[in-house]
Ligand binder design. Structure first.
Ligand code: UFG
Length: 344
């Protein structure tokens, strides 16, 4: 069975992907520096799969420590690179740390790949590269718009770095996966999203409000040109998303690529508004949510959802879980972490 290096493997999407890889019988080496995650996530992964992944506490900004991992595990055949800073607002305040962390990590991995003969690479990208799309649903060949945050710009630049590196290193095989809005948690409620401090994203803010950590949810604008006035996104279950990574890894290892650099949208293809998410959360969980409409959040796009036809046909992958089930999984996870905290 192949050995996969997963950077950021204790993070939100990383941990769910590690579970899916282990359940497929693959070996996993995680690199993380816990900058936005917790060591206990390893226990959650082990509870679900019955297996502890191999783990190295390494900061990818450190070139030599990164190399040391490849030296220690010559069996690594492919990399899934999640490790990155990802908060849009924070990136506006600390652009240099975003560029330093997100770009250097990628550069060091690409150098290590050349040095240690690893050719297969899956990159964690984002629909943020499309900005406010001209037409919907948005397909992979839609124009890349000027990024509206340093974070978004790091994703664009990373894709360009990967593309340019193909010229000099044609043996590399790369798949860039552009995520829409990943939400929810593993159905076991043993891993999920663990936001540090006040959540930026909608669903963790909803679950924290419902459990009483936050007073009320702010709905950022109902004056958009959408049916109910609130902004529209494509919310994809994190387990569905994780499974797409297993498919991408198999595609690379089985040499089934159409080109050495490929890009796929990972979404459901369906747009839902903020108010629809609130309503569905209330229906699915029976919890009443206190919310207030406030002004738009700067930098938000009005609506974006994926054209998933290319990912569906080429990868043979499709998002399967419904929004009720997904929001319920986020709620079960919130209750689980709350019960743990209460027990301390
Ligand atoms: N929202 C609220 N209240 C909140 C939080 C969010 O109304 O407290 C709204 C937002 O305005 C937006 C929607 O809920 O309309 C979703 O917001 P998120 O912050 O959950 O997600 P975004 O779509 O803003 O961000 C996501 C990823 C980013 C990525 C971006 C690209 O989290 O990493 O998509 O558009 F850059």
């Amino acid at each position: 069975m192949p050995t996969i290096l997963v950077t950021g493997g204790t993070g939100y999407i990383g941990s769910h992907t590690v579970v899916e890889l282990l359940e497929e019988g693959m070996e996993v080496v995680i690199i993380d520096n816990f900058s936005n995650s917790d060591r206990k996530v390893l226990d959650g992964i082990a509870e679900i799969t019955g297996k502890y992944p191999l783990f190295e506490e390494v900061d990818l900004r450190d070139r030599q420590s990164t190399y040391a991992v490849f030296k220690k595990y010559p069996e690594i055949e492919a990399i899934i690179h999640f490790a990155a800073f990802k908060a849009v607002g924070e990136s506006v305040e600390k652009p240099l740390s975003y560029y330093e962390n997100n770009l250097l990590s990628l550069i060091h991995l690409l150098e290590a790949m050349k040095r240690y003969g690893v050719a297969n690479f899956v990159f964690s990208s984002s629909c943020t590269v499309y900005g406010e799309p001209d037409s919907l649903p948005v397909a992979e060949d839609a124009p890349i718009k000027k990024a509206n945050s340093p974070y978004g710009n790091t994703k664009q630049i990373c894709e360009e770095i990967l593309l340019d590196t193909q010229e000099s290193t044609p043996e590399n095989r790369v798949i860039s996966l552009r995520y829409f809005n990943p939400i929810g948690a593993h159905p076991s409620a043993r891993i999920g999203e663990l936001p540090l401090g006040i959540p930026n994203n909608l669903v963790p803010f909803i679950t924290q409000t419902a459990i009483g950590i936050r007073d009320y949810l702010k709905v950022f604008g109902t004056d958009y040109n959408t049916p109910d006035g609130s902004a529209i996104r494509d919310y994809i279950n994190v387990v569905d998303l994780a499974k797409a990574h297993v498919v991408a890894i198999r595609r690379l290892l089985d040499n089934r690529q159409k080109a050495s650099f490929e890009v796929f949208n990972l979404g459901t293809g369906k747009g839902l508004s903020v108010l629809e998410i609130i309503q569905t959360f209330e229906n699915a969980t029976g919890e009443k949510l206190d919310y207030r409409v406030v002004k738009r959040r700067e930098g938000d796009v009005e609506q974006v959802y994926a054209d998933t036809s290319y990912a569906n046909s080429e990868l043979g992958w499709k998002a399967e879980k419904g929004i009720e089930e997904t929001l319920l999984s986020a709620w079960n996870w919130e209750k689980f972490i709350h019960s743990k905290k209460s027990a301390l």
